[in-house]
Write a protein that binds this ligand. Sequence first.
Ligand code: TYD
Ligand code: MG
Length: 452
Amino acid sequence: MAKTSSQFICNQCGTIHKKWAGRCDGCGEWNSITEQEVNAAPKSLGRKKGRSIELGLLEGEDAPINRVMSHNAELDRVLGGGFVPGSAILVGGDPGIGKSTLLLQSSASLADQKHKTIYISGEEASAQIRMRAERLGLKASPVMLAAATNLRNIIQTLTEENPDFVVIDSIQTIWSDNVDNAPGSVSQVRAVVHELVSFAKRSNTAIILVGHVTKDGQIAGPRIVEHMVDTVLYFEGERGHNYRLLRAVKNRFGPAGEIGVFEMTGGGLSPVANPSALFLADREANAAGSAVFAGMEGSRPLLCEIQALIAPSPFGTPRRAVIGWDSARLSMILAVLEARAGVEFGPSDIYLNVAGGLRITEPAADLAVAGALLSAHFDRPLPREAVFFGEISLSGALRAVPFAENRLKEAHKLGFKKAITPKQLQLSEDSPLALSSFSRLEEFVEIASNRS
Ligand code: TYD
Ligand code: MG
């Protein structure tokens, strides 16, 4: 009989602690550590012999992967070109962001193509899902639907039905009667995902698992099962905005970092084929403090507007507020502008915003941020038909960034005429835009301050 003991596990990142603490060392989350019973594992395998495993070479003959397209262009792109049979896909995101909506739409599309598709909801009653399907105009699709939470019954049903696709909405509501802890706890969620992933591999069924990102310390988040699945997609977006980004953070069958852009409409999520146009749609004419950044998200170029505002500070300590970018990076750019280019911001409040609620992580945005800051500082609009990209180093040098060609092409497609970039761009053909290239930040500042 295995002995049981207890362990303290973080519900957000799965780090195991010796004793309870208010804050997890692993991820820095507060109040996320809970005590859980564990079965003490036997110490070693003992004397019993195993069977030897057959070893192969890298150049073996395997059947090519036959991907299945959902015919939702954005979803297929994020997956690396469609669903891979037998793979396990985790779709994480905040509650209410649109996970169930997207997956119901994709299920319907797959079922319409004669793929046997089962949608199991542990959160909503079948009647609720039917209502949603009616709203989305999907009632006629042959998706097989069930409201269930018991893992044993689910696996039994799936084994009998042998479907091509299964959606489990969500992993936090399904429970295994083999595990003593409450549904949604770390050990339950892990056990549930482990069983479902083994089922996927065994039966060559593609299985899509929904995981809520939770702030509740008692409920395990999707991060703790990321290592168990083949593909991890996160749904992002601001509540106040209509569009949503689906981002591949891990993909065993395609590139990670790929994004899909959707717009939430009355009739569900519709794919956005040209996201740059969407993010630039509301740009004002000749506003000071605005610069267009030619960015990259995965393999896709994406243009967006960076806005800066400099206002006199009513308090002794000026405020630095950033939305959609890294605040440490803003401090760095301000310091470089002051120290290397002699721009004095003085005791002013500085606000930086990426329009549309997008989040940028690329250092390539440095030059666009500097452009927006300088434009706000000198109260002069930047040329409206120009885009910016380039990294700024602490010395004030401008550094080249990857994918310059893709960025320039996208800007050209959207009607831009000019690009402000670092000097050493490696282009294999002529740039479609007129280039103003600088090797140092000071040179750029001089141009920005002299422009009439
Ligand atoms: P949902 O898919 O239920 O989110 P999740 O499964 O991630 O929790 O999305 C719910 C939100 O989407 C809800 O606030 C209403 C909105 N919505 C629309 O705007 N249009 C629609 O057609 C649908 C179905 C939902
Ligand atoms: Mg849902």
